[in-house]
Design a protein. Structure first.
Lengths: 351, 351
DNA sequence: TTGTAGGCGTTATCAG
DNA sequence: CTGATAACGCCTACAA
């Protein structure tokens, strides 16, 4: 049973294809009689007419498709953003294609090609591209927005997550709480990402500003397993080591997953408590951080708003307009997993 | 700058469009000279020729698009399946459109329509549809596969998660461990789903088979917040109540998220320990279950294999062939969160 | 082995 | 206000 075409509708309604098109699209600057309109609508309904998007695309070269690039779904951060994007685009009449790269440049490139082939109306990157050259090239054809870390030398619209500021915020907060020996926990995948590097820089900067020595921060990187859960594993295993030491009083996970792993570890130890003995915090504000007890202190970027903004930018972009660079103002979300350093009176020195 | 078309390539290569088409598609039963082939390939390369999928679709009515329906991304179970599906389809040259319904029938219907409009080559449902009539209708046009609970009266290809068996497995396991008073924890969204009902039936059946009274199982439902994290919240808050009682020795979450919430609660209590005082387990085998300490006992359905199977079914389906019904054979994954009932010698009675 | 020609279902430009 | 008619870019008999 073949699908009804606009021609069929026209025939049934006793009008021309053109008229059908006008009615279906509510074409402006065309006024048709109520009668014709109704006739067409009825016919369309009766035949269950659904416009063929191929034909339409051929004419309009609009696909109503958006490509969303992400490295993995294993970190809930990405599905969360994905969902925000989907929720918003659906309202605008666009659909979303999942472009999961697994941090594999080949896959990334393949999806980039796909974007052209399918004439996607826009591309949103939730991480820093690996094929920068190709992405920039693509951006001449299709609007691209990066929702990740900003790199000044990239000529692409980007909404920066402002990793530096995130790191600074967290570190300043811990420093104000009296912590003098802080650990930064990275999984090995972390090293890849610009965002994560920036977070580290931010932390270091806060320490410097506080007049403390660089040794205040110690960085630990766990070897990587193969699967995504290894981020939490990483946090757990590094924390196991750290528990043997007396000096560390605060732990910053490179993201919430790592922080979660670290927290699990401490929760399982007999002698240490969070936050009385160790403070733990992360970045991203994924839902996990509110599901644990204690709930995890973290940094949020108003992700939903940023996602909507990214969509707006991508859809509004008119050809090669000026490159837009925005930075989110991250917010520290203090919850239960952080507190004054042990042996401190605990006054919060912040302004 | 307009995209190159096959006509451009033909002109540059000094051949006809037809030849270009032949070369690009490696059309069988056509042998062209190495020379022409190379000429065309070079020209295509030089012009960065990418076939226009609209035009191609218009002829072939294939979109190389798959619609994946899921209720939410908040439960990691769904992103996990989504990722499995994406990983596999990408290899087969298909892309995936995220159809997130938020359990809202209107959205679901809208996406169903979209599937027709975009001529998707297949649709995979990761939950039980709400517009069964519409889905069945759609299935006459587009292959549909359900990866969820089987309902005998639904004329759709389905891979059943076999919720009944899942419930049975878990219950039998706990019963064998000597538990005589078991709680089943549901969030209020759970009540919607067929899968979850089946799990409950399976549990009850196991109890019956063990010759124990129905009161062995007590069912608790938490009121629903608005967001997805409330599944874990539900587990947590119900567990808070249960901790005040002495009778319950084992808790089954309607899914891993609920189980996780329950676990968090117990972990935070002073007097109870998992699994010594309470056993906790769930369903789905999401990555969270291995991230906690103790790791959570759960049921797995070999989801990756099932996802690939679903994709195969959807792509191989030739028109209205016979409806295929498969059932997964779920596997109990015993981890650290379950153990013998308190006061039991703890022998495992299982064969 | 290669080229010609027609059509897929829309939209858009013109006349009427 | 409505109706022919011509593309859009590709595929595919069929012809050469």
């Amino acid at each position: 049973m073949k699908r009804a075409t606009s021609k069929d509708v026209a025939k049934l309604a006793g009008v021309s294809q053109t008229t059908v098109s006008f009615v279906m699209n509510n074409t402006p600057n065309v006024s048709l009689s109520e009668e014709t309109r109704k006739k067409v609508l009825d016919a369309a309904n009766q035949l269950q007419y659904i416009p063929n998007s191929f034909a339409r695309g051929l004419k309009t070269s609009q696909s109503k498709l958006l490509g969303v690039f992400l490295p993995t779904m294993d970190n809930p951060y990405y599905p969360m953003l994905m969902q925000y994007i989907e929720k918003y685009t659906a309202r605008l009449g666009y659909s979303v294609i999942l472009c999961c790269t697994y941090r594999n440049p080949e896959r990334e490139k393949a999806y980039l090609d796909l974007c052209e082939e399918k004439h996607m109306d826009g591309v949103i990157y939730l991480f820093t591209p690996n094929w920068m050259k190709r992405v920039v090239q693509l951006s001449h054809t299709i609007p691209v927005v990066l929702l990740s870390e900003k790199s000044d030398d990239i000529p692409l619209n980007t909404i920066s997550l402002n990793g530096f500021r995130c790191g600074y915020l967290v570190a300043k907060y811990l420093l104000d709480l009296g912590h003098k020996s802080i650990a930064f926990l990275m999984s090995s995948v972390s090293s890849v990402s610009l965002t994560r590097t920036k977070r580290l820089e931010g932390i270091r900067s806060a320490i410097r500003d506080a007049g403390l020595p660089p040794e205040t921060l110690q960085v630990f990187t766990a070897p990587l397993g193969d699967s995504g859960q290894s981020e939490a594993e990483a946090g757990y295993s590094i924390m196991e080591q750290l528990l043997k030491r007396k000096d560390i009083t605060a732990v910053i996970g490179v993201n919430d997953l790592v922080a979660f792993g670290a927290l699990s570890c401490v929760l399982n130890s007999e002698d240490k408590r969070v936050p009385q003995d160790v403070s733990i915090c992360g970045f991203d504000n994924i839902y996990l951080t509110t599901m644990t007890r204690p709930k995890i202190t973290t940094v949020s970027y108003c992700t939903e708003a940023l996602c909507e903004l990214a969509v707006d930018m991508v859809l509004k972009a008119t050809g090669d307009s000026d490159v837009l660079k925005l930075a989110s103002e991250p917010q520290l979300i203090v919850r239960e997993s952080t507190g004054p350093a042990p042996g401190t009176s605990g006054q919060c020195v912040s302004s």
